[in-house]
Write a protein that binds this ligand. Structure first.
Ligand SMILES: [Mg+2]
Ligand SMILES: [Zn+2]
Length: 189
């Protein structure tokens, strides 16, 4: 079984610039590549992102593909292997099966890569990332970059009990290694 880190895209590995429809709006945090290089030593890496701007007509689907190819290219330039970018392009009101916090993409990753979810992580800046972590019984880390500050108060008590809150991906990475080194993931097992 493989351990994985499921990373949110906007506000977690790149800056949140609203609905991104142009490569020039892709700005990686200065710690992103270092963090992912470390994480991939122990974990398979996936990106899971909701991009409702596509269904809303704000993001062109060709541009979305170019953006994701660009992200994968940058990652590969840094020696980082992202196994998959999973992207929901629907609106909330479409009630699709793939929009986070639905578990569809993690289920797909699990089918293809057989993931040890209890020892895997979901990192993101939105309550839906945390809800997703809880649903699949992975370890959730809520980061305060992107929309993290803004949505923090939307996290309910139950969610706050079950996750860890860190200032950004860098401190989340440090926490992940502390946990695996101590063998204390803790919240579910
Ligand atoms: Mg986000
Ligand atoms: Zn969807």
């Amino acid at each position: 079984m493989n351990k994985a880190v499921f990373l949110d895209r906007d506000g977690t590995i790149i800056k949140d610039r609203g609905h991104i429809n142009d490569l020039k709006d892709i700005v990686f945090y200065n710690y992103t590549f270092d963090c992912l290089k470390e994480l991939q030593k122990e974990f398979l890496l996936f990106i899971i992102t909701n991009q409702p701007g596509v269904a809303k007509g704000i993001i062109n689907s060709g541009n979305l593909n170019r953006i994701h190819s660009y992200i994968l290219q940058k990652m590969s330039d840094h020696g980082i292997d992202i196994k998959e970018i999973y992207c929901c392009t629907h609106r909330k009101e479409d009630n699709c099966i793939c929009r986070k916090p639905n578990t569809f993409f993690i289920d797909a990753a699990n089918d293809k890569y057989s993931i040890d979810l209890e020892n895997s992580f979901v990192v993101g800046d939105h309550p839906s990332d945390i809800e997703l972590a809880i649903k699949v019984k992975a370890n959730g880390i809520y980061v305060l970059t992107g929309h993290g500050q803004k949505h923090f108060r939307e996290l309910n008590f139950n969610q706050k009990q079950k996750i860890r809150i860190r200032s950004n991906l860098k401190s989340a990475t440090r926490t992940i290694f502390k946990l695996i080194n101590n063998g204390t993931y803790g919240l579910y097992n």
